[in-house]
Ligand binder design. Structure first.
Ligand code: ADP
Length: 165
């Protein structure tokens, strides 16, 4: 049986930390679905279409697909015949929320297992939020994201700043 894993997140936008987890997962599982959460009630920096596109433009693995989902992750997983959730762990601060989510998902569907991976230590402090904040204040972000993502962030920051004028 194929081991299909799902890596869910907001990916707003994808960072080198996410890419590290994706690469590691693609080597462990037969198939990986990067599942981008679409939550119309929550305001994101990039639209769901942009977040998907940035991931698709960045990724080049034979066994990795990019999809979006709304609602419960376990429902999406059932549809995709996936039983494994991949999450990245950074600091201890991630642990409590991740532990709660893993146990809740298992309660909803006991067949689902959550697997935690540690990214390279270079990225353990990195988050999309941090990258956006640095960019908004004019800082350099090229070491945290790929070129296409850097471009997209710069364009977005420019349009945000223009709309304030
Ligand atoms: P963010 O907190 O960056 O907005 P997401 O919701 O997109 O993150 O995160 C999806 C998953 O990727 C989560 O499990 C998160 O812990 C993990 N992740 C994000 N950045 C990193 C990183 N730098 N190293 C390891 N895991 C990460």
């Amino acid at each position: 049986m194929k081991r299909i894993a799902v890596y869910p997140g907001s990916f707003d936008p994808v960072t080198r930390g996410h890419l590290d987890i994706i690469k590691r997962s693609s080597e462990i599982f037969d198939e990986l679905i990067v599942a981008v959460i679409s939550n119309p009630a929550k305001k994101s920096f990039f639209s769901i279409e942009q977040r998907l596109q940035l991931l698709k433009d960045t990724l080049n693995f034979k066994n990795v697909a990019v999809k979006s989902f709304e609602g419960l992750l376990v429902n999406f997983m059932e549809k995709e015949h996936a039983k494994i959730i991949v999450r990245g762990l950074r600091a201890v601060s991630d642990f409590e929320y991740e532990f709660q989510m893993a146990l809740t998902n298992r309660k909803i569907n006991p067949e689902i297992e959550t697997v935690f991976l540690a990214s390279d230590e270079k990225w353990t402090y990195l988050s999309s939020t941090l990258v956006k904040e640095i960019a908004l204040y004019g800082g350099r972000i090229e070491c945290f994201v790929t070129d296409n993502v850097e471009h997209a962030i710069r364009n977005k920051v420019e349009s945000v700043n223009k709309s304030k004028e």
